[in-house]
Design a protein around this ligand. Structure first.
Ligand code: ZN
Length: 245
């Protein structure tokens, strides 16, 4: 059983009429609804929950954390960010969606400004598959199209991804590294650009397919804190002793 936690700042869907109409129960619920299945158990948490709904114990029982945030990034306490960062370094999988490019955990894990260029003009977007053999792109074939999406453009100030899986091409002319994989410590991180709150992006079948694939791909295969122990050499007798200090 894969355990997924979907985190959402849950602000626009309570304050912006169009976002509320599209996601009446919040983006987190829409994502949870299409992910939930026989072998994926989904929980949700929002900024309104105590401690953002994130504690060390919660993360210990989370295989993959999905994050959506936009205008309330600064209200996420740094202690929560450190918990998330450490969980990823130990092996928890993490998916950042759309405007989570500016979230504190994303920037803490990548170490750059994560700035990009953007415009809300209702452009359409074609998302082109770069690696058709990759588990995350299965079921997409060559590309898929979104009728409307917020335009994100380069330069996207991130470290060069370990794998680039999608490039987005907007009708206004911009291109954007729309699906990026990173490894940090024992953890795998996927950034996926579609998901503006005033478009029904998370109801689109190809978007759901990619996120579903990504959940399975970034789920931990090994999860442990890697320390910095002082070790003796392996002796002729095969003695191997860890001495933590
Ligand atoms: Zn947006």
């Amino acid at each position: 059983m894969l355990r997924v936690l979907v985190w959402n700042e849950f602000y626009h869907e309570q304050t912006h009429e169009r976002a509320k109409a599209i996601y009446p129960h919040g983006i987190h619920r829409a994502i949870a609804d299409f992910l939930q299945c026989d072998d994926i158990q989904v929980k949700t948490a929002t900024l309104e929950d105590e401690n953002c709904g994130i504690t060390k114990e919660v993360l210990a029982e989370t295989d993959v954390l999905i994050w959506w945030g936009h205008v309330r990034h600064n209200l996420v306490p740094n202690e929560v960010v450190e918990l998330v960062r450490d969980a990823v370094l130990e092996g928890m999988g993490m998916i950042f969606l759309h405007s989570a490019h500016h979230s504190k955990p994303f920037k803490a894990l990548l170490g750059t400004s994560c700035h990009l260029t953007w415009r809300e003009s209702g452009d359409s977007e074609v998302l082109w598959v770069i690696e058709p053999s990759h588990p995350i792109t299965q079921g997409i074939d060559r590309y898929f199209t979104l009728e409307h999406e917020e335009t994100y453009g380069e330069p996207f100030v991130i470290p060069t991804p370990d794998k680039l899986l999608f490039i987005g091409s907007f009708s206004g002319g911009e291109v954007f590294r729309a699906g990026c994989l990173f490894e940090r410590g024992n953890g795998k991180i996927f950034y996926f650009q579609p998901g503006h709150e005033t478009f029904p992006t998370f109801y689109q079948a190809p978007v759901q397919t990619v996120i579903r694939n990504a959940v399975r791909f970034v789920a931990p295969t090994y999860r442990a804190r890697t320390g910095c122990p002082h070790v003796r050499k392996i002796t002729d007798e095969g003695d191997y002793v860890l001495k933590n200090h």
